[in-house]
Write a protein that binds this ligand. Structure first.
Ligand SMILES: *[C@@H]1O[C@H](CO)[C@@H](O)[C@H](O)[C@H]1NC(C)=O
Ligand SMILES: *[C@@H]1O[C@H](CO)[C@@H](O)[C@H](O)[C@H]1NC(C)=O
Length: 411
């Protein structure tokens, strides 16, 4: 059994208000060198690969200097080991060479935009249950009992902006068998770590995210999340929500060429394509229809229709882009159809699966399970996605792994 985290985040000693703000000051602009660090993980994975030309090529890049690359998109920051969507997670992603940093966008009770993966994940991604703000949660903490797992539901829309920013980030996770709120919060999956969840990892507003990433000279991919509350919410419509994100970038004078707006919600995507022409060429439709065989077939058949409506980039979970034929990983029907329709493809998310040696990597590797049985095999999949599918970029929970590959192949 895991030992309880000795972190002030869990015990509630820290509060964001009591800590000095971490100022993103250094910039990629000008002549100052920014020292990208990929760390030891890519070397570990390459060592683990089966012998062959790809392993040799990756090994040949071991001593080169690494540079930021737009091929490497930080998924929720460096969320494999840092609490997602915190300044610390974004900063680590920058150090790992991510050229583009993601903020998942949702809204507070006072209709302010903030970075959270879901409108209602505060109970698993922050210390809210150990603060007085727990009283504001949509559903309070309920202990596990008689075989029913513990539960809670705390939404950004339960809190004002200032209440939201008073919370601290923690590693996403919860313990289903917990009988206390503290035990419930202590549920980090074993392949991640609480090492960087100490103190009070700083939650981000959309504005703070834009300021930080702009100061770093990097690029943006904000994802407008589907609301978990009925819309309009206190008069707030889908359209206003989609417009507010555009206005936030305009207010910071950000060149739209630095911004990839994304959403799973076609209504958001086609709003931007119609109403935000400067951003339209880089709008990304995230595609989860591939999660069922029927949806996969519908999506594959519908590529030309999406392109005709002005969409240029589609982004399914990475598993949907490949399959195995005769023991080799090859592009899937979905990938072939997207390319044929002239769509560019972005894939998600690398380094989210945990151990590939457990169930061949689960969801993200479900069509290539038969050929993924050790950790280094993830580079074989990435190599096919790059060279045969032709993906434009890859989201990763640990950008360094993708940065290394991208630098090695000049992406
Ligand atoms: C929760 O309890 C059940 C039943 O005792 C057990 O099978 C399961 O492994 C427990 N889950 C965790 C995460 O400890
Ligand atoms: C994996 O291999 C098994 C046994 O060879 C085969 O029956 C199965 O269809 C394969 N699955 C995939 C997804 O290729």
């Amino acid at each position: 059994m895991r030992s309880l985290i000795a972190s002030s985040v869990l015990f509630g000693f820290a509060s964001a208000a009591a800590l000095p703000a971490v100022e993103p000051r250094t910039s990629n602009h000008g002549h100052k060198k920014f020292n990208v660090q990929v760390g030891d993980r890519p070397y570990y994975l390459i060592e683990n690969m089966d012998e062959g030309p790809l392993k040799q090529k990756l090994q040949s890049c071991s001593e080169q200097d690494f540079k930021p690359t737009d091929f490497s998109i930080a998924h929720r920051g460096a969320s494999l080991q840092y609490p997602e969507h915190t300044l610390q997670a974004y900063s680590a992603a920058r150090r790992q060479g991510a050229g583009v940093i993601e903020c998942d966008v949702t809204f507070t009770k006072d209709k302010q935009l903030v970075c959270r993966h879901s409108q209602c994940d505060l109970h698993t991604t922050t210390n809210i249950l150990n603060t007085p703000l727990a009283a504001k949660c949509t559903t309070p903490f309920t202990p596990a009992a008689n075989g029913t797992p513990a539960s809670a539901k705390c939404c950004t829309s339960d809190l004002t902006l200032s209440e939201f920013t008073s919370l601290c980030g923690k590693m996403d996770g919860s313990h289903p068998n917990a009988t206390t709120a503290l035990a419930y919060m202590d549920g980090t999956p074993s392949f991640r770590t609480d090492l960087y969840a100490s103190g009070c990892p700083q939650l981000m507003t959309l504005t703070a995210y834009i300021s930080a990433v702009d100061a770093w000279g990097l690029k943006f991919t904000p994802e407008l999340k589907a609301p978990d509350v009925p819309m309009p919410f206190d008069g707030y419509t889908h359209e206003q929500y989609a417009q507010d994100i555009v206005d936030a970038f305009a207010a910071h004078n950000i060149d739209p060429a630095r911004v990839w707006l994304q959403s799973f919600v076609p209504r958001h995507v086609f709003y931007w394509i119609a109403r935000a022409p400067a951003f339209a060429p880089q709008v990304i439709l995230l595609d989860e229809r591939v999660d069922t065989p029927e949806g996969y077939a519908v999506a594959t058949a519908g590529m030309a229709g999406l392109a005709a409506r002005g969409l240029r980039i589609i982004a399914p979970a990475m598993f949907a882009l490949t399959k195995v034929v005769g023991g080799s990983i090859v592009p899937s029907e979905y990938a072939v159809a997207a390319k044929k329709a002239g769509l560019e493809i972005v894939a998600w998310s690398f380094e989210r699966a945990g151990w590939l040696s457990v169930e061949g990597g689960g969801y993200y590797y479900q069509y290539v399970q038969n050929v993924t049985n050790n950790e280094g095999d993830m580079y074989n999949v990435l190599d096919v996605l790059v060279k045969q599918v032709g993906i434009k970029a890859m989201f990763s929970d640990w950008p360094a792994t993708v940065t290394y590959y991208a630098n090695c192949f000049g992406l």
